[in-house]
Design a protein. Structure first.
Length: 228
């Protein structure tokens, strides 16, 4: 395991419940965090002071905006792609606009971030880690009934991850995807108040796994899709 002290890490979707937990865990591990946010302003108390840089107004589905964001960054150790969106929409409520929105929010944002990250890794010549967030229905699409557009977009993230890992094999760049079931967030609790929340995966547990992955010195598990 390698130390993350003073390592630079990008966390897309870093202002959400999972993202904040990941940023906090990385800061505790010594990392310097960079968070692109689509919001125009982010409360100053959302992150630990001193080691988190937030850049607002970044649309991660816009390739030019993503490229401009990464152009101003130092050599990176890792990129964690959490940014995405969800749509509970059976087929009758899934016109092309909904499908395109899910593809843009989940696949395009991930692919654009990975593309810019790989350019950063290659320029520094030290390799790096890419960690993408897919979803459990991506691995078992039968779980994706009534949210088919979301499921398809997250399955695309999973396939993209495996293909990219193969493409980067030999460059010391690890590419994996985590496929969580329901994450225990305030929004999910509000939307599903009668569910058994004890069975949901905790953001802090996912954050610990991400920190451990970034600390690996060898991309031995590159290409893995990990259900959690």
């Amino acid at each position: 395991m390698q130390s993350l002290k003073n390592c630079h890490v990008v966390i897309t979707g870093g202002t959400g419940a999972l993202g904040v937990a990941v940023v906090k865990a990385l800061v505790e591990a010594g990392a310097q965090c960079h968070v692109p946010a689509i919001e125009q302003s982010v409360p100053a108390d959302r992150f630990p002071p001193g080691k988190v840089s937030v850049t607002t107004g970044i649309d991660l589905s816009n390739e030019e905006a993503v490229s401009a964001f990464y152009a101003g960054l130092p050599p990176l150790k890792a990129v964690v792609n959490i940014a995405g969106g969800f749509a509970w929409a059976p087929i009758a409520d899934s016109p092309a606009k909904v499908v395109q929105q899910q593809i843009a929010m989940n696949l395009i944002s991930c692919a654009s971030s990975c593309r810019a990250a790989v350019a950063n890794f290659r320029k520094a010549g030290n390799g790096g880690h890419l960690i993408n967030i897919s979803a459990r229905p991506a691995l078992n699409p039968r779980l994706g009934a009534n949210m088919t557009a979301y499921t398809a977009s997250k399955a695309a993230v999973a396939a993209f991850t495996v293909a990219l890992a193969e493409e980067l094999k030999g460059e010391n760049i690890s590419v994996i995807a985590l496929a969580p079931s329901t994450i225990d967030t305030p929004t999910n609790r509000k939307d599903m108040p009668k569910a058994d929340h004890s069975l949901w995966v905790k953001p802090t547990a996912i954050a610990e796994l991400i920190v451990a992955q970034i600390a690996l010195g060898d991309p031995i598990n590159s290409g893995a899709l990990i259900p959690i």
